[in-house]
Design a protein around this ligand. Structure first.
Ligand SMILES: [Zn+2]
Length: 110
């Protein structure tokens, strides 16, 4: 098994927190158990250092986390996942996805 790297700082993790990137925990907790499972998905979650987790909701860090989801799962798949969630704020989440995809593509050219 490869080393587990934190997408925010790129350092190895010995301990990690799970962070919801597109759909937030506060929203998820109001849903049924079945729906909660839908949001506890690799399309929505990343593992981060507990310290990095503290600033993970800054917009610039959300974009970095979302780019790492795109790298693992693929842009089209993540977009489909967000659209299937069919929530009123999906528009905002799709704009995050677009910004993350721009970052991901720019990283490919390094
Ligand atoms: Zn980190």
């Amino acid at each position: 098994m490869g080393r587990l790297l934190c997408p925010m700082c790129n350092e190895e993790m010995k301990v990690a927190d799970m962070h919801e990137v597109f759909f937030r925990r506060s929203l998820i907790m109001k849903k049924s158990e079945e729906e909660q499972l839908y949001y506890h998905s690799p399309y929505n979650c990343v593992l981060l250092h507990p310290l990095c987790h503290q600033t993970a909701d800054y917009r610039s860090n959300k974009i970095v986390c979302a780019a790492s989801i795109i790298r693992c799962e693929g842009y089209e798949e993540v977009k489909r996942y967000i659209q299937e969630a069919n929530l009123h704020f999906v528009k905002e989440e799709l704009s995050l996805l677009e910004e993350a995809n721009d970052l991901y593509k720019s990283m490919q050219h390094l």
